[in-house]
Design a protein around this ligand. Structure first.
Ligand code: ADP
Length: 305
């Protein structure tokens, strides 16, 4: 058995509009790297990034603690977390760490767990950041590509995205509250109209078909969410302007990435992604908000390096 293992896991976008709490897509924009080593005392976390170092408050630490308990592993573990994914911007930062931790633990202790089980453990890590278990971001980070998560019972389906799918992500430079996920859930409607549900469901179904048929345009024009996005958009300065600008610049679909505040545009290689990014930057500038934009593609899942 190896004494240490290092795993790299990608960031991700969740929801993709109408797939609230169900869809995820791994992105090759940023990666977290976690090294697990059998040394030290108990579970120790080292990181130079501003994340909690207590195992139960850290998404990766919580995963390692739960997996140690479940598999009755008594070994001391020192975890070194190199954060590449900016935290709190809706691109699955805590999930990338949780996914890397689950995959690393599985490899270090040669557990041979299947992907559903890895996602299940990684999802527990989200308790540390969001206060509840959820699987959309971690499933994307573990498996890569486009994922569909059905929670009850847990089923994780992964589909290879079309090769020409390109994403433009705009990350606004705003201070996000510590409890951002809670705040962005608190604004959601408790009840929705049946006709709204039908419209979102149809869009979500067509997104899945778009991934299966490798049709970027079909995916893009189905990224339309009339339930969650309207309720949340006021939390993002300039949202409407960013969205309209990106669509005018050639994006086929635009929505909030996860719980925000990042905004993601779907397009293909044949459009001009840099032009879309510039248009999104102008949209945020309209609301006197600076942003970082990045052009990226779907990523592979977490892997040992
Ligand atoms: P987002 O999905 O928007 O990136 P997260 O779910 O990653 O947001 O939540 C970020 C919060 O999670 C931060 O407050 C951060 O302190 C906390 N957190 C706990 N563990 C980690 C970790 N290993 N990496 C990143 N953030 C973590």
């Amino acid at each position: 058995m190896a004494e240490s293992v290092t795993v790299r896991a990608p960031c991700s976008t969740a929801n993709l509009g109408p797939g609230f709490d169900v869809f995820g897509l791994a992105l090759d924009a940023y990666y977290d790297e976690i090294r697990l080593r059998k040394e030290g005392k108990g579970i120790t976390i080292q990181s130079s990034s501003p994340i909690p170092l207590q195992p139960e408050k850290n998404s990766a630490g919580l995963v390692v603690r739960e997996m140690s308990k479940k598999f009755k592993i008594k070994s001391a573990i020192t975890m070194k977390i190199k954060k590449g994914v900016p935290a709190g911007f809706g691109i699955g930062s805590s999930a990338a760490s949780a996914a890397a931790a689950a995959v690393a633990f599985n490899s270090l202790f040669e557990l041979n767990l299947d992907s559903n089980t890895l996602v299940q453990f990684a999802g527990i890590g989200e308790m540390a950041s969001a206060g509840s278990i959820h699987y959309d971001n971690v499933a994307a980070s573990v498996l890569g590509g486009f994922v569909i998560v059905r929670t009850n019972p847990l089923d994780v389906i992964s589909i290879d995205p079309p090769k020409d799918l390109v994403l433009c992500v705009a990350i606004p430079k705003i201070t996000v509250p510590q409890n951002k996920t809670k705040v962005s859930r608190s604004v959601l409607p408790q009840q929705i109209k049946l006709s709204d549900h039908v419209e979102n469901l149809a869009n979500a179904a067509v997104i899945t078909a778009g991934f299966m048929k490798k049709d970027v345009n079909l995916i893009g024009r189905s990224i339309r969410d009339i339930i969650v996005e309207p309720a949340r958009q006021h939390l993002i300065p300039g949202f409407n302007k960013v969205k309209t600008n990106a669509l005018a610049a050639g994006a086929s679909g635009v929505t909030i990435s996860g719980a925000g505040p990042s905004i993601i545009a779907f397009t293909s290689k044949s459009a001009d992604p840099r032009k879309i990014c510039k248009a999104m930057e102008r949209g945020f500038a309209f609301a006197k908000t600076k942003c970082t934009t990045i052009v990226c593609k779907p990523s592979k899942g977490a892997s040992v390096i």
